[in-house]
Structure formats: structure tokens, C-alpha cells
Ligand binder design. Sequence first.
Ligand code: PRX
Length: 648
Amino acid sequence: MDETITSVLDEQRKFEPPHDAGANIPSFAAYRQWCRRFAEDADGTWRELAREHLQWQKPFTRVLNREHPPFFTWFEDGCLNVSENCLDRHVADGNGERTAIIWEGEPGDVRRISYRELLSEVCRAANALRQLGIEAGDRVVIYMPMIPEAAVAMLACTRIGAVHSVVFGAFSAQALRDRIEDAEAKLVITADGGWRRGAVHALKARVDQALYEGGRSVRHVLVVRRGGNEIDWQQGRDIDWQQALQVEPDACTPAMLGAEHPLFILYTSGSTGKPKGILHTTGGYLLWARLTMLWTFDFRPQQDVFWCTADIGWITGHTYSVYGPLACGGTTLMYEGVPTYPDAGRLWRICQDHRVSIFYTAPTAIRALIKAGDEWPRRYDLSSLRVLGTVGEPINPEAWMWYYTVIGRRRCPIVDTWWQTETGGHMIAPMPFATPTKPGSATLPLPGIDADVVDGNGLSIREGGGLLVIRQPWPSMLRGIWGDEQRYVDTYWRKFDGRYYFAGDGARRDEDGYCWIMGRVDDVLNVSGHRLGTMEIESALVSHAAVAEAAVVGRPDDLKGEAICAFVVLKAEASEALKQQLREHVAGEIGAIAKPDDIRFAEALPKTRSGKIMRRLLRDIAAGKRIAQDISTLEDSAVVSSLLSGEH
Ligand code: PRX
């Protein structure tokens, strides 16, 4: 682990937040007051918020149970249902006709679904799941494009207490199978295909491939027809979603579930082994999804149209495309396709056409759109926008300034939100009408979040670089890693002897106490805001017959944030064709997002005398830096000379 945290960024600009007396947190003093309330009485404040913001079937009496750290539980004796909080509640409040989802398909087809319609659809789907023998606690894998049925499927699971695990549609059949097997899913919900870049990609065919040799736990596959692809129906196993829902009643009593009932598993990469199934539970997760919508985005459900561009295959899509906006009873927008299809104006046209008021995307998308030129956003009326958010990777100040001036026209506050799959929702971010912002800084922790920057011994660093930790449990924290309690303890809590949650990120704190996230300090890459483990890619490479050994590192990339660079020792003859083959092989094992950008063939990998691959050295070589470090501990310093000299 590389713990030398240095930063060359010296960004001095500061922007005062716009004033809006009607904001949910209307001033810095109001933000500070929330923080004070938590500092004085955390349990009492959480209790009050959970009572006020969620609808409980059975009220809880206990807030936080700390009896078995780091296995914390929240509101454990209360009962509630997520779909009831996201749907029935708003219909009962007289908002049944409000639009819950505005959806735009890539070809331009649009659907607007009211809360009443969404509730009926979710009930039908929940009944269909029950018909297929799905019970509370059973796992359901969702492998779908960004279509409303994906949200319906998630909510239908929550209605009956099934645990969903959404797998990003661009992951390969192999990656899908790994996840199905780890979760021991009983059902897969998929679609024939979805639109991307003007063509339909196949999903059902990949499910077939995944289940061909494995995934024995799966009894049924529900298939939504979206792309018009030919479907190879497997008799007895596969069921047509539309037909199955048609015959079901549109009412379904929401299951009464404990606040700690598992809500979903979402797989994410770590520095070792296969992706981990991050487990989130019902009450705490939903509370934070709703509160962060209201606080970080100043979401106002009666008036806002909220658009988070993330795919539901990622945590951002879970919390901010589906659960957060719906828990608030507001309107969420979903878009099926890519941001640059048919041209680089697509996102801005959607903002204009649907009067999007809060827009949330990743720095990598912003950088790609900057490159496309200012004429695209200038062509559209973006006056409906009032808050702009970013997530997933550090945003460089240039991209921040472009977002602020060209998209927000200096009217819209930028909220740079730091968080992770594990945290369930935002941890560090400005409050849009309260916190002064600095380009490139996620600013300050949210009220109730005890984030800190510490040194290797866990001592707080007032000003300077260190490791990011969270010192107190929070309601939407992960509850564990599916099927592997020990790994949860080792990955997040071992580093500081169980005292703090260790996020795996480096950060710097400036003189105002603002956090500047500097990226992962472990062997996890952040490629276009997507988290990938170097070890996963290495395993994929060495599973190819021509590869003897591989080491994967990141190198800075203007567009993607980080690019994937693989050093490969071959058993076979080197060739350009083999490089291409290896890239495709990795795509087949993991997915296209994991394809190495550079592959360098090497005679050997640089190792220390104890046999450890010298990753920092490889990172420097990949980045084209001059090698200043002492290489005398190398097993064979000739290896480095050859890596430096030969582009092989
Ligand atoms: O390194 C941090 C980076 O993304 C990691 C979490 O990835 P994932 O679990 O896939 O969730 C992404 C969306 C929440 C973090 O450990 N990261 C996330 N947000 C930011 C960030 N880095 C800098 N600034 C951010 N705003």
C-alpha cells in the first residue's frame, strides 16, 4: 500500500454559494447547527430524523446497536418496507399523479410514469416474483439496460423482501456468472437487449452463456422485451416479463421487514481477490438516501426534475437514480443510452426537453463533453438547471470550472460528492446553498458523518495529507461482505484496529478544513469513475494460455482519470495480434471497461528480493516518469533497464 500522500494541487479559488432562503439547508450557519446537533446527541438526532423521514410499519425503539463492532445495526427492532416508502406513501399523500420516472430511450422514445402507475407495475412484478417461488431473503440478479423495468424489478424485490443484486449490463457473461454464483441467485431478470450507440446490444444471450455451465442456483430467467433481439427461450426456465405481469393483480401487500433485512448486494472491486458483494440493509440505507437527496442536492420533490446519469449497475444509480428520489416522492429521469449519441449535445438536449433542474454526473463524462466543444451546451436552453453534482473520481479544477461556467452559467452551485459503494450515500460534499466551494474539493463532511484525515497511526491531521477514515458508524454503512464476514473486518477495520472505517482513499485537508480527495491508496483503479481491482485484471490476463505473469497498474489519463497499463510476461511469441487478443480476453473475462489501454510485454517483472512486484516502479514507468528511486533492492535491476528501454 502506498501511503505517501502528496498533492501538487494548489487551488486557491473559492466561490460563495448562491443564496436561497427556501433551501433545505439555507446557510452555512444552518449546516453548522446540524453538525452541532449530531455532536451533542447523535443517537437522538438520528432517532428524530428516522421517525420523521421514514414510514415505519412498526416503530423502532433502539437507534444504534454497538454490541458487536464492527457489525453495527440501526433501528433494528423497527419494521418497514422500502417500496411502500418509495411508492404507496406518496400515493396516499395525494401525489399519485406526480411523475415518478421520466424515461428517455436512446432512439428518442419517452415514457412518463406516475407514482400510481409505478405502484401498480411494481405490485404486478412483485406478484410475478412470488409466483416464481421467490421469497423474502432470496437473491435476484438484475442484468438490464437503463429502462424503467429495471427500477420496477428493484422495487418489486423490496416489496417482498427479496435481495437484489444488480449487475452492470456491460459486464461479461463470466463476470455475471461469478456474481450469480456468489449470491446463489434463484432468479435472473434481464432484457433481450438495450440500445447503445445506435445499436442493440445483447443481454439475454449473455445470461444464457453465464448459465450454460454454471449458476445452478438459478431456477428462472425473466426477460423484458426491449431491443427486438431474437430470444432463445429455454423451455421451463425462461419467462416473458410482459406476459407474466399481465396476468397478475396490481395490488400486493408490502412485506413487513426488519430494518436490518438485507436490501441489496452490489459487487465492487477490491485490492485482492474477486469482487466483493457489498451488503446494504433496509432502514438505515433508505434514511440516508432520502436525507442526502434533500441536503446535498437541495431536492424539492414538488418542483425538481432530478437526473443522475449513472447506470443502475453502480451504487450511484441505486441511491440517486432510484431509491433517493423516489423515497422523497420526486421525479427522477432515466436515460438508456450513451451521452454522445447521436451527438455530443444529447445530455444537454435532454436537460432542456425535460426541464432538468438537478444534474449529477461523473468528471469523466464532463471531460469528454469539454473535448466535444462548448458549442454543444450553448445550443440548448439550460436555464432549468439549479444544482450540478459530480461523483466517482477527483474532479480536476479545469473540469470543475467548465461545469460551473459553461453548464451552470455561474448560477448553479457545484456539489462534488465523495462516497463509495460501501457508504451507501454521500459522506463529504458541500451543501449547495450553504457551503462555499473550491474547484476540486469535496469540501466538508455531511452532518452526522464523522470523517477525518489521519496518519498511519490513526492520529488526526489538521492540515496536510493522510488517509481518509470515518470514525463513527452511520446508518447507510455497509453491513458486511456477502458470505465473508472476515473479509469485511480485514478490509475496512483492521488497518486502525477496529477503531475507524478505512475508506482506502488518500486525502489532504487544507487550512479551512476542506477535504481534497487524492484517490485510492490501494491497488484499486478508477477508470472513468469505474472501480476495478488490478488483481482482477491480472487474474484475467494470466488465465490466457500465452501469459506467464502479469502486473497491472494505473497511469494518469486526461479523459478517463486513470488508464489501465498491463506488464505481461509471455510464454509465447510476442506480437501485435497477441496484444489485441489479450485485450479481448480481458473483456470476455470481466467486461469491456477492464480492457487494458497499454499492454507492454516484458521478459520479467521487477521484484524486490522478497519477491514482491514493485508496483510503484511500474506506475512510474507506465506514466513515463524518470526513475529516481533506488532500484538496488531489485531482484534484477536489468529488468528495469529493459522495461525502460524497450517498448517491446
Ligand atoms: O476513490 C474514491 C472514488 O471512488 C471510490 C468509490 O468507488 P465506488 O465504490 O465505485 O463508488 C463510486 C460512486 C460513489 C472512492 O473510494 N471517488 C468517489 N467519489 C469521489 C471519488 N474520488 C474523488 N472525489 C469524489 N467525489
